[in-house]
Structure formats: structure tokens, C-alpha cells
Design a protein around this ligand. Structure first.
Ligand SMILES: Cc1cc2nc3c(=O)[nH]c(=O)nc-3n(C[C@H](O)[C@H](O)[C@H](O)COP(=O)(O)O)c2cc1C
Length: 190
């Protein structure tokens, strides 16, 4: 039986973003995890414009090649981890735009989050994402990974050095995600 496909999504698209290094760290743990076939998706490379499809995504009638490509990429996964920064007490706009583009592709799929930022450790970003992914019919796991004062986890030469315990936290989320992925109905929900 093939292992479920997990996509870790780099949510930040900003030049100089810390999110790429954080997501690369998480992706390495996902690659080591025996339960998943892991991939990394970078929203900066996907480069979606602000939603420019004329039809609601629920219909799956996409007019643009960038949407069809994004639909194929998302459809290929069984579960997702969004690595999201906290911007203005919420998550970043590129992540919302990427979610809004599609509908059926997300439905019924487990999802987890790695949030990072300042004092709130990305918790407000993750809290703001929960109703969004739930409305899309996704299945969020109970726990998430949080990184407070993310800049302090970077060395002077730009390497991400996870704080003690963070690997365990990430592996716990991967385990929860795998349990949910194994338990989910095979037919899309809703
Ligand atoms: C537009 C913007 C708004 C931000 N707002 C918050 C915030 O509300 N709370 C917080 O903890 N950090 C905030 N930060 C700090 C970011 O979480 C931190 O800079 C992080 O590195 C951003 O992720 P990125 O580097 O991957 O883009 C903000 C940063 C930016 C660029």
C-alpha cells in the first residue's frame, strides 16, 4: 500500500522570509517520518495572482493555467501542513489566496499547522486559519507546532536552529496527522 502523500506548504512569499527555512526543517522531519511520502510546496514558486477565476472554485471550472496547475498539485496530496507566519494578528494573505483558489481539492483532507512569529508564536495565525480550513471541509488535527520569537531561532548566517523540544512537537503533529489520514473516509466528505 503506498504511503499517504504529505505536502508541507511554505506560506510566506516575502523576499527574506524566515518561513522557507522553517518549512525546510519541518519537511526534513516529514521525510524521516516512516508514515508519509513527503513533498515541499513553495507558494512563492506557485506564484498565484490574486484570485482571478470567474467561477466559484466549487465548480472546478478553471480558466487559467496557473489554477489548473495548483489544482493538480493540491489534488496529488492526502494531507497538508501549512507553515504560516503571523502577520497583524492573523496569517498571511498569500496563504488565504492559495486556499481560496480551490475547493474540492481540499475537502476531507487532514491538515496541520506550523505557526511562527513574535510573542504569540503564530498562535493567532493558526487560530484564524481554523475556521477557514474547516469551512473548506478539511480536517485539522488538534495540535500544532508553534515557534515564538522566530528570529531568535536563526543564526547570524541565516540557519534555522529549532529550540529544544521543537522536533518532538513536530513529530507529534506528524503522528497525529498520520492517524487522521489513515482514519479518514476514502470518499471526499460533503
Ligand atoms: C506584515 C507583517 C506583520 C507582522 N505582524 C505580526 C504580528 O501581528 N504578530 C507577530 O507575532 N509577528 C508579526 N510579524 C512578525 C513576523 O511574524 C515575523 O517577521 C516572521 O518572520 C514573518 O514570517 P516570514 O519571515 O516567513 O515572512 C509581522 C511581520 C510582518 C512582515
Amino acid at each position: 500500500m503506498p504511503r499517504p502523500r504529505l505536502q508541507t506548504v511554505i506560506g510566506s512569499t516575502r523576499p527574506g522570509r524566515r518561513g522557507a527555512a522553517v518549512a525546510t526543517w519541518f519537511h526534513a522531519l516529514a521525510l524521516d517520518h516512516p508514515g508519509f511520502d513527503a513533498g515541499l510546496v513553495d507558494l512563492a514558486e506557485v506564484a498565484l495572482p490574486l484570485l482571478d477565476e470567474p467561477h466559484p472554485p466549487q465548480r472546478g471550472r478553471y480558466e487559467h493555467e496557473h489554477t489548473r496547475r495548483w489544482s493538480e498539485l493540491v489534488s496529488a496530496a492526502d494531507a497538508y501542513v501549512f507553515v504560516v507566519p503571523e502577520y497583524n494578528h492573523s496569517y498571511n494573505a498569500a496563504t488565504k489566496n492559495a486556499l481560496d483558489y480551490l475547493a474540492r481539492e481540499w475537502r476531507g483532507k487532514p491538515v496541520a499547522f506550523v505557526g511562527y512569529g513574535g510573542v504569540a508564536a503564530g498562535s493567532r495565525a493558526v487560530q484564524a486559519l481554523l475556521p477557514v480550513v474547516t469551512s473548506l471541509g478539511m480536517l485539522p488535527v488538534a495540535g500544532s507546532v508553534h515557534i515564538p520569537f522566530v528570529r531568535l531561532s536563526f543564526t547570524a548566517d541565516g540557519r534555522f536552529e529549532p529550540a529544544p523540544g521543537l522536533d518532538d512537537s513536530a513529530n507529534g503533529v506528524l503522528d497525529d496527522l498520520l492517524r487522521l489520514t489513515a482514519a479518514r473516509p476514502t470518499a471526499p466528505v460533503g
